[in-house]
Design a protein around this ligand. Sequence first.
Ligand code: AMP
Length: 552
Amino acid sequence: MLFKEFAEFCESIEGISSTLELIARISNFIKDLEDLDLYNVVLFIMGKIYPPWEERELGVGIGLLYEVLENVSGVKREKIEDMIRELGDLGLVSEKIIAGRVMLTLEAEELSIRRVREIFDEVSSLVGEGSRKRKILLLTGLYGNSSPIEAKYLTRLIMNEMRLGVGEGIVRDAIAKAFDVDEELVERAYMITNDLGRVAVIAKNSGKGGLEGIRIELHTPVRMMLAQVAESFEEAIEEMGEVAVEWKFDGSRVQIHHGNGEIKVYSRRLENVTNALPEIVEEIKKFVREGVILDGEVIAVKDGKPMPFQHVLRRFRRKHGVSKMVEKIPLQFHAFDILYMNGELIDKPLIERRRILESTISESERIKIAKQVITKDKEEIERVFNEAITAGHEGVMLKNPRSPYIPGKRGKNWLKLKSVMETLDLVVVGGEWGEGKRSHLLSSYELACVDETSGKLLKVGKVATGFTDEDLEELTEIFKQTIVFHEGKRVEFQPRYIFEIAYQEIQKSPKYESGYALRFPRFIRIREDKDLSEADTLSRVEELYLMQSKKA
Ligand code: AMP
């Protein structure tokens, strides 16, 4: 299939807001594609080039793209920034720039989806010295060969932002419709493989039976089971009868695959973070039996006390000088579940999985099994809760001992109870350079929640307190890479990162497009372990607003 056909299809659905219509249109479009095109289209339409757990990534930031566009058209970065201010997105700007350029070659090669994939694969294989130059060259070739509409969607794809309002849910349902299989079956297959492209190809070629046959495999990460908020201990006891109580560790979630002579560690977003955690890998090798997939939390512990959670993420982020960090930020892994031991275990009840978990690990300095108490007694739960808080953790997890492990599910079988008030996880969409001593730092940040029907980001406020100088240095480094344009001191970012924000109160306010504003917002931490699909929604903001007025 030609990339142009894909681009034209994207354009044809851009204005559609009805979910049902989007599903129908996409299912129709993918129905007769051959395997490779099907795989690529399914990922591309969501603005993805690889599944998140693949080690490969394009590694093309906005700065590099500005250079490519300048190469192709002669239009300078400042001018491009002006155009974005006017048109609102780099995709439209790319379209306009390509439309206005002087063609150098008369016969442009017609781009196929496969060719675009090949170039992306080549770009992502480039590392080290000279790689930036080579990437620019390859992409310049690609844009040089593209028509305006192709350039529009190439840019959006490279920036992982298709602006079609097509998320995983819609693509899942479109696959189900196109190949006449159950949506739930597609969902299950997706939670296990984390690759909708692969799921689509299996659905097409082997239908229901093929999807049902998909099993958890070593070294393919599985979506993690998540928890709902519990309002009280009583609620959990009422819900579950007997409750399995564990500390809620203040660290970062990981899934560890150990088998076939290899160990891989995946973060909550299913990114491969193995290389950042050499001491954990070393001890897994020694103290955990082979052929297993473990679920648990990595925490940083110094002098017997947990360090703030940001330190764990700092370790995850680290690509160079890892060994120095091993001493500075020592880590422990606390296993609380097991998904696989020479075969799938997720349908077994927690209580049984726990027994298997205990038989696979011999505890060491860095590898622990999370303590668990099974009880019906409210006071016993309270005791564990206080123990966790005293030890510097967040609260407790209350789990149903009879429940299976449902990948990707945020259900009532796992409840979380924290000691502090609810915070919001908001998307950072803009910022402002500081003044005086802080003029080299991005020192205030604009926050948005997600409108779950349109997928749009709606602002709810700005945060400028709660940061240490060290935080600001670090955040400036991170956010500098995502600046789309400047407007005096104000900058707009590509929406990539989430902040956890505390606040005193939520107010109704016409000042922001969400209709709400946060009173006294305070930065708690950057949540690099969450992706945009996990940001808080407008309905969550509304719900918290109503809850607080009930309490008042
Ligand atoms: P939250 O991130 O607030 O949705 O809370 C759920 C997270 O708590 C999980 O994703 C884990 O990273 C973390 N967690 C800490 N301790 C546990 C535990 N014992 N069981 C399950 N999750 C835990």
